[in-house]
Design a binder for this molecule. Sequence first.
Ligand code: ATP
Ligand code: MG
Length: 572
Amino acid sequence: MRYSQYLLPTLKETPADAEVISHQLMMRAGMIRKVAAGVYSYMPFGLRSIRKMEQIIREELNRAGAIECLMPMANPAELWQESGRWEKYGKELLRFKDRKSTDFCMGPTHEEVITDIVRNTVSSYKQLPLNLYQIQTKFRDEIRPRFGLMRGREFIMKDAYSFDLDDEGADTAYSKMYQAYRNIFQRCGLKFRAVEADSGAIGGNFSHEFMVLAESGEDGIVSCDACEYAANIEKAELVYRDIKTPAATAELQKVDTPQHKSIEEVAAFLKVDASQTVKTLILQTSEDEVVAVLLRGDRELNDIKLANLLGVDWALMAEDEVVKKTTGAPTGFAGPIGLKVRVIADTEIQGMADFVVGGNAVDVHYTGANLVRDFEVSQFADIRQAVGGDPCPRCDCGKFESWRGIEVGHVFKLGTKYSEAMDATVLDDQGKARTLVMGCYGIGVGRTVAAAIEQNHDENGMALPMPLAPFQVLVSMLNPKDDEVREASEALYQQLLDMGVEVLLDDRQERPGIKFKDADLIGIPLRLTVGARNLKEGNVELKVRASGEMSMLPLADAAKELQRLVAVALEN
Ligand code: ATP
Ligand code: MG
């Protein structure tokens, strides 16, 4: 490709609405252009990376035995009504009507359509196992689209669905996909972790998220520094081995804490550490129950663990009037003593004595509070957020390290949720109808490319790894008006093309400074600079974008050497 005839609109300035590096660089390097909030055009240069990502996915999934198909974006409401999601899926589901007033939605995911296909085409256990995937544009009307391709409303996803006769088969499908995902992200040259993720009502370790490690990540993850355990903090389990409640040594005392409301303020005022306080949260569940939750003062509630424990869709902070009715005081002064609702305490509290709690009255707290003696707890459970330094739940010696991560992929054992609702069965070898056991597996294509940029850039621009870079080699023709330079560059360009190397020839009538700046910004992994001075010695200059390493190559060997370097980089 010739730069002079290509569409590569680079920007000097960072767009004001681009908060994260990958979004900034994808805009500046002319990879994407915004059309509406969370809706982007893939420009030619960006599309090349997207297609490479898709190709890596395709190769690894085909290798794992999955089969590609393509489902429609427009989904009839009928199918979604069958699964119950037409009502349940919130505003992220973009619904619309056709000219006959029939309801449709834009597919945000395709369990319904694929289950419909399989129930109509598969009838015998002999046709199993089956794993179908597609690479397709999804639409989710995200409440806060942001970060460019990272969280769009329209985005490309690879989604796969496995169908098996029994649980065992489904587990095999799951581990095959898990391994395929590892291969995919490894081939992309990414630093990532596969972490245990919340699987809601299904439970067990049947959901893993693939997280690219990056400061800008929206997810918190922890991993053990001694064993393999890694989990999303939404899910990360905490265990307390041999937890014992210490004996009470202090009297329960009511104290005035004027103007001191937050844990930090109260702790400072009473001259105790925040870890000697217990906070009481009043929550309301999706089942309309009011519960009180106790946590050590310096801990955060994990509302997903709590919702799973209670078997509800959600548990949210109760509104002020509910808090007032429950505790007799405005929000901010709740305490467990005298409460009439169910009290759920984090397990950690079991190891505490003589602590500070709220007094259920304005500016009042208790010191010297103790379990059993002063108040009852209905249930102790693991409901707090894990943090770095917490002990690993799986091994005896490890501690958590904490990271930020970008969720690029998700593998999930669905079980029979959709096959049951939509009556997808096959006959087993006894001629008995059996409900199919499913798994679903997603990868965000654009999000992965964006995540790769988050991990591979410097102050001058991006440095995508070879497997995802739009081109492999940039030949920079320093002065196109110089006959020798032009002829040598053109010859190199031809040679590289003939060798099957993906090469961009910068043949623009621009100053060298501009060419170098653009080269760093668009970050093609290998740059060959053809300039008059080096040519006189029979040389061209090689720069490796990621490391900044420079070296001279004899013009005669340059193409061959570049072909070799590209091959090496693709193999790693
Ligand atoms: P998130 O928690 O980030 O919203 P999700 O749990 O909704 O993700 P899935 O439904 O599991 O995501 O979708 C599979 C994959 O699709 C995700 O792992 C992610 O890589 C990608 N993805 C999901 N939502 C978006 C989006 N709004 N923009 C770009 N990619 C997305
Ligand atoms: Mg989502």
